[in-house]
Design a protein around this ligand. Sequence first.
Ligand SMILES: Nc1ncnc2c1ncn2[C@@H]1O[C@H](COP(=O)(O)OP(=O)(O)OP(=O)(O)O)[C@@H](O)[C@H]1O
Ligand SMILES: [Mg+2]
Length: 279
Amino acid sequence: MVEKEGLLKVERWLKKEEKQLPKGKKRKKDFRDRKTEQYVLDIPTLETLYKFAHKGILKALGGPICRGKEAVIFHAIGADEKELAIKMYKVNTSNFNVMIDYIIGDPRFENIKRDRRSIVFAWARKELKNLQRAFDAGVRVPKPIACDKNVLIMEFIGKESIAAPKLKDVPLEVLEIDFNLEDLFYRITGYMKILYEKGALVHADLSEFNILMDGYVERDAGATEIEIEPVLIDMGQSMVLDHPNADAFFRRDVHNIVSFFNKLGLACSEDEIMQMVKR
Ligand SMILES: Nc1ncnc2c1ncn2[C@@H]1O[C@H](COP(=O)(O)OP(=O)(O)OP(=O)(O)O)[C@@H](O)[C@H]1O
Ligand SMILES: [Mg+2]
């Protein structure tokens, strides 16, 4: 169950912090930072969340869904009681050098400063823009909602705070009830084609780890009329086709998807998919 009091607590805590400090004075790091670092919710991140709450975008913060290498994802409730996923990039532990490499070749981010904060903030904005581009092209991705600093807010894929499982975690028998495997394969590679043709983007980290199976949670709870469908996630690293590495990453995406389905018993070839997408 979502902790509806979450943001109120954040507010009280921030106010207490402010009161204790003389104006313009920065608080020294202490044990509280170690505690919050575990969850990335450092004070600047909490302040960004608080701004979203003020704008009415965020109503209540729920619990963490996943602690990834570069970001932590939380469940939340937004306007109209809609469930949201909040991705908070870690400013200090992010894989900063890799981010620079990806951002440098992207004409949309030519004039970004090279310091850590600027790069991480640009990365979060890049994920928002990539999701928007994919969404507008008609690819099933979480609908992007807002981004500020290191915090990205998007549609939650799942139900009642339970996130949809990754494709790699859904048992083959279950996939086969809903899909003929070949249909699922062509649905996903079809999204790759739309993303490439209409969105002029390459996902660049596509695999069974970054595809969620929407509808699964409801089906698992007995709602047989709900369809399960694949949703592509995690698009921070996605790149425009003009990026010098776009082609190599596109090949890798195709390789990952084709090998996953081949392991499940489908006989498909990378060349066929390369041709289908680029036709
Ligand atoms: N919109 C969403 N709705 C529901 N769950 C989500 C959403 N976005 C991300 N998640 C969950 O959080 C996990 C990590 O998200 P994502 O892949 O975007 O971040 P990451 O930093 O790349 O993490 P990782 O290193 O684990 O891949 C996903 O595998 C998924 O379980
Ligand atoms: Mg991921």
